[in-house]
Design a protein around this ligand. Structure first.
Ligand code: ZN
Length: 238
């Protein structure tokens, strides 16, 4: 199934529909961008499970490495179990950051808090036990969440990362030009851009080249990992 990203309205509607005994989350716990004074942007790539194909955009990754472009990847557990070599390769790059994206890419608000905890913990445990990596960033599948999701992530010590610029790259109807035009309208200081590195984005590689060669330098914006973006206040580029 093609990932789709729900609007805040859908999240709110689901929250109201399902109800919750926990107090409402504060927006500060759900991170959508860096500081508007920060001259950086985070290029973030979800690695959602795929049923067919390689599930890995090798050309895109090679380009990011060759050009030394900082990037952040959110890996699902199911994707990791099929891509052991790629997990290792991504973890080795010093300017890449790796977070998690749920175990099976579940619609979290449809599950109990306990089930959500297991879904969120799966890839966190796998990264720790198999690869010795402490992943502190978490992005919910489809961007869907409720109060339980936020509370569980916080209790596990994870930073809850959404985005404020949706590239739309998995949409097969969008041309590279359409995606680039969208980014031109939306990308600014502190932006977090969501894209895909699992091969679902047919034009992702092309779009990232355009970002790196044109849009970002033209606007004096520097790509940063998610963690660097979060500590960037515009005073200094880490
Ligand atoms: Zn996803």
């Amino acid at each position: 199934m093609r990932p789709r990203y729900s609007s805040g309205i859908l999240c709110l509607a689901l929250t109201m529909l399902l109800g919750s005994a926990t107090p409402p989350f504060t927006q500060a716990q759900v991170i959508k961008s860096g500081a508007s004074s920060c001259p950086g942007v985070a290029l973030t790539f979800d690695l959602c499970p795929v049923r067919r194909g390689a599930g890995y955009d090798q050309a895109l990754i090679d380009y990011l490495i060759e050009q030394k472009i900082p990037a952040t990847f959110f890996m699902s557990g199911t994707w990791m179990t099929k891509h052991d070599e790629q997990v290792k390769a991504l973890l080795q790059i010093p300017f890449f950051e790796v977070g998690t994206h749920g175990e099976v890419h579940a619609h979290l608000p449809l599950h109990s808090a306990d089930e959500q905890k297991q879904e969120i913990l799966g890839p966190v445990r796998l990264l720790k036990t198999k690869y010795g990596h402490d992943a502190t960033l978490f992005r919910p599948p489809y961007g869907e969440f409720n109060d339980d999701t936020v509370n569980v992530a916080r209790a596990l010590g994870l930073q809850f990362i959404l985005w404020n610029v949706e590239s739309g790259d998995p949409d097969p109807m969008l041309t590279a030009k359409r995606i680039e035009d969208r980014l031109k309208q939306l990308v600014r200081k502190g932006s977090v851009i969501v894209m895909h590195a699992n091969g679902k984005g047919r034009h992702t590689y092309e779009v990232v080249q355009d970002l790196h060669q044109h849009l970002l330098p033209e606007r004096n914006l520097t790509p940063m990992t998610m963690s660097d973006l979060l500590i960037c206040n515009g005073q200094a580029v880490p």
